[in-house]
Design a protein around this ligand. Sequence first.
Ligand SMILES: Cc1cc2nc3c(=O)[nH]c(=O)nc-3n(C[C@H](O)[C@H](O)[C@H](O)COP(=O)(O)OP(=O)(O)OC[C@H]3O[C@@H](n4cnc5c(N)ncnc54)[C@H](O)[C@@H]3O)c2cc1C
Length: 299
Amino acid sequence: MPSLLDKTIAALLPAVPKPLVRKFSSPYIAGEEFEDAARISAELRVDGIRSTMDILGEHVSVREQALTYTEAYLELIQSQDRLGLDRNVSIKLSMLGLTLDKDFCLENMNRIMACASSQGTKIRIDMEDSSCTDDTLWIYRTLRAEHNDIGVVLQAYLHRSMDDVKDLADLNPDYRLCKGIYIESPKVAIQDPVKINENFLKILEAMWDSGSYVGVATHDEKLIEKVKDLIRARGLGPERYEFQMLLGVQARLRDSLVAEGHPLRIYIPFGRDWYAYSLRRLKENPAVAGHVLRSMFRG
Ligand SMILES: Cc1cc2nc3c(=O)[nH]c(=O)nc-3n(C[C@H](O)[C@H](O)[C@H](O)COP(=O)(O)OP(=O)(O)OC[C@H]3O[C@@H](n4cnc5c(N)ncnc54)[C@H](O)[C@@H]3O)c2cc1C
């Protein structure tokens, strides 16, 4: 559970001047432009590391914004292909209008999927807060009727996730499994970190039992050790899993996984709408958030 200090820091962060947030979040964000993300993706590839790119932004309030993000994703898919980079993109559906009108969001995703399929690009739908889960899974299921090159994320902290694995089993999804980053009530989500980890492993096994490929997205070293035990015990090869980490987090752990021969993908966020993402990353890491506040008070 977060300490009182952590909670205080998290509450104070929105008052921190934007330039300071930008400075401390810079390791987690490639930059504002596609070229910044492209450079990092190319560098990672030299080290045998895969990548997925994400355009920063979420929860649009008008349709025009959603259409602008749709165009930006179409351009991203074409640019990855043109430069011969990893053809892999992660998308938050609230940027494409999910919370305005789910049919409109589906139309935007259909355009993106048509372009992705023609380029051989893999699309992964990120999972947002629990108010979006049903509609996100509905869009995933609808798109799967025509496209195979699309994956989805489940969050180990949600009570419902094990049922979602059962409901989705007929689709043999390509999953990402993460703990879940949004603040959720105890009604909806497990709060105890130990229990979240237990559920993570149970869900992971259920995903593998149903034949799915899983992107295991965590930087938790102890959890990763347990996942490695499962991979060994099940004799799984790289066709069944990869590890996934966020840009700028736990580079040492990332390098040791690669040295051991595990497939690994880095999530590279970029774009002009970096502020909300940065606040989430900083809230998650009170050590860094503490530096931000200290710098602020020192001027
Ligand atoms: C590739 C990827 C994609 C993701 N996609 C989603 C998604 O679609 N939906 C969603 O809800 N969540 C997503 N997440 C976030 C995830 O749910 C967790 O909130 C986040 O990864 C932290 O949990 P953890 O498993 O790393 O474990 P934790 O126990 O939180 O962290 C383990 C250790 O990692 C380090 N660490 C973790 N985060 C940071 C950080 N930001 N800065 C510095 N150090 C850090 C710390 O040392 C910490 O002790 C994603 C995460 C990854 C890696």
